[in-house]
Design a protein around this ligand. Structure first.
Ligand SMILES: [Mn+2]
Length: 380
């Protein structure tokens, strides 16, 4: 015991590159409502409840210390879950406005009215099914060194994906990441590749994000080349993704028409441009996406800048002419049946939001749709 403590202290103080995960909480995973003298809930259990009571988790899900015991690789010590919400507060890989390190917190605040009730379109209840969904909180990431931070995030993804599942038919928990700038998707793909092999990516974004690190890194250094506009190029180079991937909602200019688009195709991507929705409609877009990834496992990454700045102003690299929140939600819900092995909502920078919080509300609803896809189609 003493030697374990000493080791832990040594690990925590000897070098900044070590990761010190918090210990297991002595508390239960879920807050119970106060009980009145009648035995019923003091706060009630219906419409009159205050969903913002207590500490804020995504959709009021139970908080679990998913990284606890990670240093000892004590898989059995942690609580079982099937789907984990994981915050990645990292925004030093951006090329425009920073602030997405507060994205996970913002999205959780936008999700406070989720987690109960039934979807009016499907009649389903995402949070009351076979799947135990939990919120793991945010991964502790250094703000001082991108290389170290991404290594910490790589490790956290692998620790969470190695936890035991709650549903006996499946062995690997799936992760929904709340970004964070888009660089954080690289860690998720490194983890999914290890567990599931190379996957098709459906990438909702106004930008390609497949830029050659030598181009978007400016050739300054290797470090500069790892950023939110190059991570898909790196994912391709590392063999993490299939050449059956597709962008959706693209509208931002490219630097070099031939080289950038040629490089994008080489990285395995086709694209649906933002204005194609006016020509082929929502059903047409759903068809294109499903046809492209047909028969493969899928990772869905949603950069909130796929939405028009009118709907999602709180993002780092806003591009006018995007989709509405309703259009995107209809497209996402139309992807039902795909084998979604991981997903994320990234680039939410709450400081630029309007007072009505449209961006964080939209991001939370998008996350809800992504969780619904995971619950609808178990993968194991
Ligand atoms: Mn992006």
């Amino acid at each position: 015991m003493a030697s374990t403590t000493l080791l832990f202290l040594f690990a925590a103080t000897s070098t900044a590159r070590d990761i010190a995960f918090p210990p297991l909480s002595p508390l239960g995973f879920q807050q119970n409502p106060l009980l009145g003298s009648s035995g019923g809930s003091l706060l009630g259990d219906g419409i009159g409840d205050a969903p913002w009571a207590g500490l804020t988790t995504f959709a009021n899900l139970p908080h679990v210390h998913c990284l606890a015991g990670a240093d000892a690789e004590e898989k059995e010590e942690g609580e079982a879950f099937d789907i984990a919400v994981l915050g990645a507060p990292f925004d030093t890989g951006v090329t425009a406005r920073p602030g997405a390190r507060y994205g996970p917190t913002g999205i959780r605040l936008g999700s406070r009215r989720l987690g109960v009730g039934y979807n009016i379109y499907t009649g389903e209840s995402t949070y009351n099914t076979w799947a135990r969904i939990v919120d793991c909180g945010d991964v502790p990431l250094t703000v001082l060194d991108n290389t170290v931070a991404l290594r910490q995030l790589d490790r956290a993804h692998k620790v969470v994906a190695a936890r035991k599942t709650n549903a006996s038919s499946y062995t690997t928990p799936r992760i929904l990441t709340l970004g964070g700038d888009h660089t954080t998707t690289l860690s998720a793909l490194r983890s999914t590749s290890e567990k599931w092999g190379p996957v098709s990516v459906i990438h909702f974004d106004s930008h390609l994000d497949t830029w050659d690190p030598k181009v978007l890194g400016g050739g300054i250094s290797h470090y500069a080349g790892v950023n939110h506009g190059t991570f898909l190029h790196i994912a391709h180079e590392e063999g993490l993704i299939r050449n059956t991937s597709i962008h959706a909602g693209i509208r931002a200019p490219v630097f070099n028409r031939h080289k950038d688009l040629g490089n994008d195709a080489r990285c395995g991507f086709e694209m649906v441009k933002a204005r194609e929705i006016d020509r082929i409609g929502i059903d047409g877009i759903i068809e294109r996406l499903k046809a492209r990834v047909s028969g493969s496992r899928v990772y869905i990454s949603v950069d909130i800048d796929v939405l028009d700045p009118a709907f999602a102003p709180a993002t780092g690299t806003a591009e006018p002419g995007g989709w509405s929140t309703r259009e995107l939600l209809s497209i996402l819900d139309g992807l039902t049946g795909l084998q979604v092995i991981g997903a994320d909502v990234v680039e939410v920078a709450p400081v630029y939001d309007n007072v009505g919080e449209p961006t964080t509300l939209a991001a939370a609803q998008i996350a809800d749709s992504l969780l619904t896809l995971m619950v609808q189609t178990p993968v194991g």
